[in-house]
Ligand binder design. Structure first.
Ligand code: SF4
Ligand code: SF4
Length: 133
């Protein structure tokens, strides 16, 4: 009993263990994984990253007409949804050109993410992917 009171009293003068997030900056843990970045000029459009991604946060969709799809792989457009991404790094491990075509940056996941209508836009991309796989 005495020990409990002593501990409680001591805790009154200690700093809280919690962080006032997001008001206070947080220290990045060592080896933390950030946003996936894509280097279009180095990509060979093998789609290994898309296949390796567990939540399907990477989708390549054709920008040309479906009839031309087979002939022109470079008409594929890379799409990445940072809200679906679980930052596992499997896509980078699967990529034959890691650090050139695809890499995991140290950027915090929420930086540069367009918040408004992100899901609406992603639904369109998913729909397009189903129509022209
Ligand atoms: S880090 Fe994982 S979840 Fe995110 S895009 Fe790559 S494979 Fe998908
Ligand atoms: S795995 Fe790499 S090279 Fe292949 S499509 Fe993805 S980013 Fe491009």
């Amino acid at each position: 009993m005495y020990q409990s009171f002593k501990k409680a009293f001591q805790n009154l003068f200690k700093k809280p263990q919690t962080i006032d997030y997001p008001a206070s900056p947080i220290e990045k843990p060592q080896g933390s994984r950030g946003l996936i970045e894509y280097g279009e000029s180095e990509c060979i459009y093998c789609l290994k990253c898309e296949k390796a991604c567990p939540p399907q946060a990477i989708l390549f969709v054709h920008t040309d007409t479906p009839s031309d799809n087979e002939k022109n792989k470079k008409s594929l457009k890379y799409n990445y949804n940072p809200h679906l991404c679980i930052y596992c790094g499997e896509c980078v491990r699967a990529c034959p050109k890691p650090q050139e075509a695809l890499w995991q940056s140290e950027k915090k996941p929420w930086i540069g993410v367009k918040e408004d209508r992100v899901n609406d836009e992603w639904f369109e991309i998913e729909k397009l992917k189903k129509e022209t796989p």
